[in-house]
Design a protein around this ligand. Structure first.
Ligand code: URP
Ligand code: ZN
Ligand code: ZN
Length: 463
């Protein structure tokens, strides 16, 4: 009988700490050996990785699949969304469980799991999300965390959608999380500033998609980041700023970290690829997301932060709406659903516009798309790394494959991509999730319902 189910031979194996030419053996869904080329024998299946890169499967810490919002729902469901992730070499996604009114955070997780479990093709987890602000929600946090969900997202804005968590409750939530090694994820925008600026746009008749950026100025993000990091300093709560969009916000994060605040952040592919001029084009509504696209200077500041590691991770914030939903209210920016697709291109943006363009080292690329999200969200070393004992979540990349981000290549049901004119270099040829083939020769071979829900660990050193 073969000792190994699979050996991938002769690839350049990429770790966040370095690159090595090695053979990788898989048995029972787990990596069992990483060894010098030619030294592993006894494989049931041998894949030659010569000239290729072998990466740990990506970990996308921020997606929104089939999420009811803006009187509709995001169109990528857990099946299609995880398939798109797999095609991009991402083998773990973390979605959110927004509360329905009256639900505890844990009940929301259970409801979302019932939707996701029969559909997912790769492993997944869920962040708790407090959108029903009540003492019951706060009291429900220990049960949530005891059930393997140690991260909770809150919104500092969207008062009009009923999602905003006011400061007093925010402070309470942070105290609860800190006591148990939990992490707060924050959508940081000052709601008062946003509401006032939206009103000003309406007053002057500035209503098309371009007004979306003017209605949510940089100062709204920067003030909210500074405020929540003051709370983090007070409570000790680990804080993760989601979808960072500004250079000034990054400076605020670095300052706080310098004072000893336990803060981490991510940015998203769209902030690295586009600027607010995209909102002024005929396709402007497609580029409406919050926080909005910013200036070219912000984009460069974000690349620099991703390169240095001050921005630890890359999350796609995939929130894909069908073209009809995006274009229904083009003359009222307030009614355009917020969000863009991105789960498939997240890794390609970082490889192509990052590594190939000379902005990121290969090691930082692996760190940002796989290792750091796994470490920050309690999945390391099961996910995000290729080493004996880790899940055999692997992506064999052809680093020279040139392709376009159009509907020919992107797996979606929304009728467009935001990357139709973008040429990428590098993408996965084969992808495995726990040793199972999910993508073979760039085609999906995954079976729905074969991904698993992941309970996660709290981070170290809780009070
Ligand atoms: O516009 C966005 N980012 N939509 C998704 C929800 C969120 O705020 O992350
Ligand atoms: Zn958000
Ligand atoms: Zn989001």
């Amino acid at each position: 009988m073969a000792r190994h189910d699979l050996v991938i031979a002769n690839a350049r194996v990429a770790h966040s700490g370095g690159i090595e030419l090695a053979d990788v053996a898989v048995a029972g869904g787990t990596v069992v050996a990483v060894a010098a080329p030619g030294t592993l024998s006894g494989a049931a299946e041998l894949v030659d990785g010569a000239g290729m890169l072998l990466l740990p499967g990506g970990v996308d810490p921020h997606v929104h699949f089939e999420n009811p919002s803006w009187d509709t729902a995001t169109a990528h469901d857990f099946g299609l969304g995880t398939e798109a992730a797999a095609l991009g070499g991402t083998t773990t996604i973390i979605d959110f469980a927004f509360q329905n009114p009256g639900e505890t955070p844990l009940e929301a997780i259970e409801r979302r799991r019932a939707l996701a479990d029969p559909k997912v093709v790769v492993d997944y987890s869920l962040h708790g999300t407090v959108t029903d602000v009540s003492q019951r929600s706060v009291d429900g946090l220990p049960a949530l965390m005891a059930a393997g969900c140690p991260s909770v997202k809150i919104f500092m804005t969207y008062s009009t959608s009923g999602w905003m968590v006011p400061d007093a409750e925010l402070l309470k939530i942070m105290r609860h999380l800190h006591a148990r090694g939990g992490t707060l994820l924050v959508h940081a925008e000052n709601d008062g500033i946003v509401e006032a600026c939206r009103h000003e746009c309406v007053e002057r008749g500035d209503m098309a998609a371009g007004a979306h950026a003017r209605s949510r100025p940089k100062v709204a993000e920067v003030e909210a980041i500074r405020r929540v990091l003051t709370f983090a300093e007070e409570t000790g709560c680990r804080t993760y700023i989601v979808h960072l969009s500004t250079g000034a916000g990054l400076e605020a994060i670095k300052e706080a970290r310098g004072r000893g605040v336990d803060v981490h952040t991510e940015t998203c592919p769209h902030y690295l690829m586009f600027d607010s001029s995209a909102l002024e084009t005929a396709d402007g509504p497609r580029y409406v997301m919050s926080p909005p696209l910013r200036s070219a200077d912000d984009r460069e500041a974000l690349w620099a932060g991703l390169s240095s590691g001050d921005i630890a991770a890359l999350g796609s914030d995939d929130a894909a709406y069908i073209q009809e939903d995006k274009s229904r209210n083009v003359n009222d920016f307030r009614e355009i659903p917020n969000g863009v697709p991105g789960v498939q291109v997240r890794t390609a943006v970082a490889h192509s516009a990052g590594v190939v363009a000379g902005r990121l080292t290969l090691e930082r690329f692996v760190d940002a798309v796989a290792a750091k999200p796994a470490q920050l969200f309690g999945l390391w070393p099961r996910k995000g790394v290729i080493q004996p004992g880790s899940d055999a979540d692997l992506a064999l990349w052809d680093p020279r494959d040139v392709w376009r981000g159009d509907l020919e290549s992107i797996h979606t049901n929304i009728g467009y991509t935001c990357y139709e004119d973008v040429e990428f270099t590098g993408r996965p040829r084969h992808v495995w999730s726990r040793g199972r083939w999910v993508v073979r020769d760039r085609a999906l071979v995954a079976e729905r319902g074969t991904g698993r829900y992941l309970e996660r660990d709290p981070h170290g050193d809780p009070a």
